[in-house]
Every structure is written in C-alpha cells, then in structure tokens.
Design a protein around this ligand. Structure first.
Ligand code: ZN
Ligand code: ZN
Length: 310
C-alpha cells in the first residue's frame, strides 16, 4: 500500500500505478490501522524505527492494537544496498552530471581569487542543473584556505585568496539517485605542505579503492586507506570514516568505517573518501563514488584526482 497526502495524488497515480494508494497524511497511523484490521496477516510488523519520531511511535502503538510492532532499523536500507544495473545507470548519470559541472567550472575560470565560497558553490550547483541534475545531492561544500580543514564546512562569504587550497564536495541527483564526489584545487603553485598532504590522501584513496572488492570486510577497506595515512604519521588528522553507501539517499548502507561490521557485495555503491585536516591551515579530501564489482571496482566519478592548479 502506498500512503501519501492530497498534494501528491496525481503524481502517485503516475509513478506508483501498481499499488493500492491511500490518500492520508498520517501514513504511519494509516498503515498500523490496516495491520490491526488484518491481524492474522500482520501479527508481527516491523517498522523503520530510525525514521520515526517519538510522537509517531506513540501514534503507531495506539493504532496497532494487538499487532506486535518490532523496531527494524535499517531493514529496507539493507535490502537496497546492492543496486541493480538500472540503479547503477542512474548513479552513473548523477556522477557524470557532477563531473561535467566541475570541469565546466574550472574551464570557465569560476575558481579564482576574489570570489566567495558561496558564489562558487552556487555556480557549481547551477552547472549541475545544466547537466541534468534535478538538484544538488546535499548542500555543496566549497571550503577555501583554513576552511578546507573543516570536514563539513558550509560555504560562507569568505573570499578565495591566492595560495588557498579549495575543497569541493558536491553531488548531483538524477532519477532520485545521488552522486558524491570531493576534489581539490589550489590558487597558484601549491606549497610543499599542500602538495605533501594531497599526495598522501591521493595514495590513501587509491589504496581504499583497491581494497573495495566484493567479499572484503568494510572495516578492512577503511584500514587499507587509513594505514597509508597512519604510516606517514598523520593518522590523527584523518577525522572520519572512509566512506558510505550512496543511492536513493546520499548516505545509506553500508558504512565503511573502522567500527563498521559488514561485508561488501558486488553491486553495492559506496564512496571512498579519506582526508587529512591540518586545523587552522588547510585540509585535503579526495572522494569517489564507485560500484563494487567481482573484480576491480567501477569508479563512477571520473574528474581528475590531481590537485587542480588554477
Ligand atoms: Zn562528499
Ligand atoms: Zn561522502
């Protein structure tokens, strides 16, 4: 059954023609009421508890009557972690839109001293729309100078200056599927320390991609990239997990982190995105969206991973 409210009646008829549709804004309540009315069939009903507020949970419990409601966090997410080729094609197009937008931005001289982070982010997002994105995957990150050392910096009115490292983390949405990519530029010839951390992250990212094979434990993929950074004495400056699944949501199962418990399977779409962040100076992250295959992974984000000198 598909529940939606009156704003989406026409869209639902076109996009979900093969399911019974109920026009009811309180959809969780409606589904629980239906389960209660057909108790024999739905005696034990799971729900995605990570998406339900305390209020909604109370309403669900009221409506469910004798039906046993079970918290089932991540149940549907796990089912969709392995993508089929139609989904992978949508991801490929989402990655292509982001790649082309970034190439256009660089070619047009859109990354230059005197421009604000916000102006560059807006420019990049407009170019993604021009290349078929229905909207940014998430609020684009453009982080210049010391801001690049903040993993999830939000663009500000800070102006790009000569010598700045600039981090771009962005993605496009195509047919509901998201892309996620991070690339680095520098305004003018890079300083030795900028080149050093970029080379290091580049090597770590390549090690992570090589390790992302079907059958690999997700924690081992994280470790493969993390080891490269730790061996260079910069382990403490890699501040987050290696990556995450990407699909209908920009962050979904599986998680690629030291604490993650899971195994990669062919058809999973994940990011590999190590970083090194020197607080107050600057940071580097390099991120691809890729598809796990039986042999080598298929990288979907094809923008150059070299440090782009503008
Ligand atoms: Zn990203
Ligand atoms: Zn990411």
């Amino acid at each position: 059954m598909f529940c939606t409210d009156g704003r989406y009646t026409t869209q639902a008829a076109a996009e979900v023609p093969d399911l019974p549709t109920r026009v009811q804004r309180a959809s969780a309540h409606e589904l629980a009421t239906t389960a209660a009315a057909e108790r024999a069939r739905y005696a034990r009903t799971g729900f995605e508890s990570q998406h339900v507020s305390v209020e909604q949970a109370a309403s669900l419990t009221d409506a469910a009557g004798d039906v046993e409601l079970r918290r089932s966090p991540g149940l549907v997410e796990r089912l969709r972690a392995v993508k089929d080729e139609v989904e992978i094609d949508a991801l490929r197009r989402a990655c292509g839109a982001a790649d082309r937008a970034f190439a256009d931005l660089i070619a047009a001289g859109g990354v230059c001293a005197g421009r604000t982070e916000r102006a560059v982010a807006r420019d990049l997002e407009t170019r993604m729309l021009d290349h078929g994105s229905s909207g940014a995957s998430f609020e684009s990150i453009v982080a210049a100078g010391a801001h690049s050392a903040i993993p999830h910096h939000r663009p500000t009115d800070a102006v790009l200056e000569p010598g700045d490292l600039v981090k771009f983390d962005f993605g496009a949405t195509v047919d509901g599927y998201h892309s996620d990519v991070t690339r680095m530029a520098v305004l003018g010839e890079p300083a030795d320390w900028q080149r050093e951390i970029h080379d290091l992250v580049h090597a770590a990212q390549a090690a992570g991609v090589r390790a992302a094979a079907a059958g690999a434990r997700t924690a081992d993929v994280d470790a493969a990239a993390r080891r490269v950074i730790a061996d260079a004495g910069r382990g403490a400056e890699f501040l987050h997990g290696l990556g995450h699944g990407v699909g209908l949501e920009v962050h979904e199962a599986p998680s690629l982190a030291a604490t993650a418990d899971g195994t990669l399977a062919a058809g999973m779409a994940v990011t590999v995105e190590p970083g090194v962040y020197l607080a107050g100076r600057g940071g580097v992250r390099i991120e691809d969206t890729l598809v796990v295959r039986e042999s080598d992974p298929e990288i979907l984000t094809l923008s150059t991973k070299e440090l782009v000198v503008v």
